[in-house]
Design a protein around this ligand. Structure first.
Ligand code: HEC
Length: 473
């Protein structure tokens, strides 16, 4: 048996050349004194692999269409063999990956590991961070439940508000003027093909660079990076005092990765995946949708700042953070690496962590912004209403019509302006439209009471000066 295995190994090695290509990578020398702070990168990779494996498993059963997405996830969660555990791992694994990549970034930042000659390690890492958030964002909608649907509707609302390019942006991201079946298909393709493919590519480059430039040595105060001497000095350090990566350093990575995997598994089994709640329904306005926790803090930001600034901050803030992260290794490629000599770096990280924690706390309670429905109806619209038309105005808000339709200058822009709709459409046409919807308008037939419908139509007939019919009074 042993001879057979050895023989097989030799046969393969002769053809694949592992011992000449892979072994030097596994055994490449690393500084002797690297420590537990160095385990987060490899743990992020392990979390990613965990996501790929469970993601493929989920994709075997998940059906990415509006009529079936929610149902198939319910089936996975409650009926499929181990389905709940697989979904649980995918859910907690996502959280783990976000946390690990952030800790890894903070570690490399505080230890100045992004400095010369490892600038590209940092840049590919920043891109991987952005892609990880993209995975978290697109994955959320795939549940196709009320929270996910309305959270993304709010995001669409926000994207559309971006100055100049907002509507184009919303069209590209959501595959149409509003969140619908097309959005689900687009998010699914992005989540399972586009982003993972980019991540595999970037992880490959990132790892290649880690091997090429070597793992950064733990910084020491008073030992700045100098472009002329650093690389020679580092090579000498490895030569003098290096240890092989496997097993001298890798045992920590292995141990920590196992701990992360075990933690995720235990959470998946004991806590289980999050309850799906109700299926997505465009006709039932969800006033307080909550995104997954990693986006919650950002929505708190939007809720707290003055509304006039919102449109700029929504996309401006992430762009600014991204720009700072991308420019960092070019602005400060040299000099001290030790956090002891870089009080500003430590301060910035501390401040950012405290802010995010406070905002997360706030985000759990904060009202959404832009709030849904977008705005109260202006007095010019409501003042002259009487009787059932007055009730109709309330229905118009409660059913989320205002969220898509503008009246007298307020409201959403996904549907046509209804300011003078009473003059354009007849009572029957209005009823028909509300009951059956349209290409991009939800059908309210199953979700509106006859008296609500009558009141709503009275309200709409009152728009544009048409006098509500005597029968309606
Ligand atoms: C998700 C966004 C959305 C919501 C919510 C919505 N609509 Fe619409 N509505 C549209 C769109 C888009 C159209 C344009 C036609 C189409 O795409 O079917 C439309 C068309 C209409 C029209 C026809 C307008 C015209 O000029 O022909 C009326 C009337 C209307 N909606 C009323 C309502 C009412 C009343 C409600 C609330 C019960 C409502 N809508 C909720 C998106 C929406």
């Amino acid at each position: 048996m042993k001879r057979f295995v050895l023989g097989l190994w030799r046969w393969l090695d002769e053809r694949l050349g592992w011992s000449q290509t892979l072994w030097p990578i596994v055994a490449h020398p690393v500084p002797r004194n690297i420590n537990w702070w160095y385990v987060f990168g490899s743990a992020t990779l392990v979390a990613f692999i965990m996501q790929v494996v469970t993601g493929v498993a989920l994709a075997f059963t998940y059906v990415p269409a509006p009529i079936s997405a929610y149902e198939s996830l319910q089936w996975i969660t409650h009926q499929a063999l181990l389905g709940s555990v697989v979904r649980g791992i995918h859910y907690f694994g996502a959280s783990a990956m976000v946390i690990l990549i952030v800790v890894h970034m903070i570690r490399t930042f505080l230890m100045g590991a992004y400095k010369f000659p490892r600038e590209l390690n940092w840049l590919t890492g920043v891109l991987l961070f952005v892609l990880t958030l993209g995975m978290a964002f697109t994955g959320q909608l795939l549940r196709w439940n009320q929270d996910a649907y309305w959270a993304v509707v709010v995001a669409a609302e926000q994207a559309a508000r971006v100055p100049l390019i907002g509507h184009i942006l919303a069209y590209i991201v959501f595959a149409g003027p509003t969140v619908g079946g097309g959005t689900l298909t687009r998010f699914y393709a992005t989540h399972v093909f586009l982003l993972p493919a980019l991540m595999f590519l970037l992880i490959g480059i990132h790892l290649y660079l880690v091997v090429r430039h070597g793992i950064s040595e733990p910084p020491q105060a008073g030992r700045p990076v100098d472009r002329a001497t650093y690389q020679r000095w580092y090579q000498e350090l490895l030569h003098r005092d290096g240890v092989p990566f496997w097993p001298e350093a890798a045992w920590r990575d292995l141990l920590f990765a196992i701990a992360v995997g075990a933690g995720v598994l235990v959470l998946a089994i004991i806590v289980g995946p999050p309850d799906l709640g109700r299926p997505a329904d465009p006709t039932i306005l969800q006033a307080y949708p909550r995104p997954d926790w990693y986006f919650l803090w950002y929505f708190a930001v939007l809720a707290l700042i003055p509304p006039q600034l919102e449109s700029w901050v929504i996309v401006g803030f992430p762009l600014l953070v991204g720009l700072v992260l991308l420019l960092l290794p070019f602005v400060a490629p040299l000099g001290e690496r030790s956090p002891i000599r870089r009080p500003w770096a430590v301060g910035v990280v501390g401040l950012a962590l405290i802010s995010v924690a406070a905002l997360l706390h706030e985000g759990i309670r904060a009202p959404w912004s832009p709030e849904l429905p977008t705005a109260p109806l202006p007095a010019s619209v409501t003042a002259s209403l009487q009787g059932s038309a007055q009730q109709g105005a309330v229905v118009f808000q409660e059913k989320g019509c205002h969220n898509c339709h503008t009246i007298a200058g307020t409201g959403g822009q996904r549907g046509p302006d209804l300011t003078a709709i009473g003059r354009r459409l007849s009572r029957d046409q209005l009823i028909w439209r509300i009951l059956y919807g349209g290409t991009n308008m939800p059908a309210y037939g199953a979700n509106i009471q006859p008296d609500e419908l009558a009141a709503l139509v009275d309200f709409l007939m009152a728009q544009g000066g048409a006098v509500p019919s005597a029968a309606a009074r």
